[in-house]
Design a protein around this ligand. Sequence first.
Ligand code: 2PG
Ligand code: MG
Length: 437
Amino acid sequence: MSKSSLITGVYGRQVWDSRGRPTVEAEVTLASGAMGRGVAPAGASTGRHEALELRDGGAAFGGFGVNQAVANVNDAIADVLAGADALTPDAVDRLLIERDGTENKSRLGANACIAVSMAAAHAAAAHEGVPLYALLAGGDASVIPLPEIQIFGGGAHAGRRIDIQDLMVVCPGAASFAEALAWTAEIYRVAGTVMAARGARAGVADEGGFWPAFASNEEALETLSQAIETAGYRPLEQVAIAVDIAASEFGADGRYALALEGRQIDRDEMVGLLMAWIDRYPILSLEDPLAEDDAEGFALLMARCGTRMQVVGDDLLVSDGARVRDAAARGLANTVLLKPNQRGTLMEVRQAWEAAQAVGMGGIVSARSGETEDVTIAHLAVGWGVPQFKVGSFSRSERMAKWNEVLRIAEALGPKARFAGGAALRQGGSSDQGGAS
Ligand code: 2PG
Ligand code: MG
């Protein structure tokens, strides 16, 4: 008699993401009748070393069609996973990796693979009758992450209206996840009012942050600082700024083209500019402050501010364990951003987090700019004990669904819940694991 946790069906369909583009949804069914579902997200400012998102190309939907990726779920993937045990998720992910057989998931597509990997994990949780975070934590879940929440969008998420991609807040002074959301709600509201008064509010960007009609990058930092203070919070101590520069979008070969300011600067000047911003504004976290190919720039910046600043690698590290180890050895960053579709299986992304913990780096589970109602990443953050969580802004339901899911998880954990808080922010590359345990 076969085990009831064996996979009996894998089904793929095309659904639509928050940018109105096609994406892959997968459903995995077990012999017990348990079913799990996962939907692939999609980036706009993708790193060169990410696993490949398989798109059809051609004229339809601007080339963003996923017919081939969906077919891969229904054919090759359904075939290879038939009879696999969902209760050994790493073995399921290894089957996906082997069937793909490439370095970057270019045969099956990382979008096809991650939808299935997430669906299989949900099926296992449903089979066990527990929430996914509990399954992932082996019953030991306790860490509730510090949220990193966007207030203004920019870069590739706002028609390159400003060079910087994400201006976010973190609330190191908040006592709980719920309080951090409440503070951010006030700041988001006040920021909208401040921008409207300046004539600089032009709708919302891809992740729900205000679309900034600013004259300079610095005006964005200045306006956000003002919003924090006007909302009544002490800058740095209670609420700080986190910036995703996403510098790979405007930098290469050690040169950076600041379109808004109409000038080109070199690596040293870019580091100088970042240092000036750190001195002038209440910034505690810099993501991709230099381009993905600029290891020299990252090392320079880390040497100058890595002891007091969280320096996050997104395009630089692409949720890859080997790149995390290499970056730690060379002092390039002190925190890894973890995005499931950058690798294509949950196992590989969890391994990047394990690599980060082994070298004393911090971690942030992150959404993509193209998202759906799928809330799997909330469960990954809690289930893996990753002390920070980045989802985009404080509007648009594909974002709010994920914040709200963490509220529900924190409530379900009750007295066991431990808010990672300000200790989660990496400052100094110490071997302290933030709030993770
Ligand atoms: C990032 C993400 C989310 P994208 O750069 O961190 O803001 O953007 O999904 O477009 O890569
Ligand atoms: Mg980023």
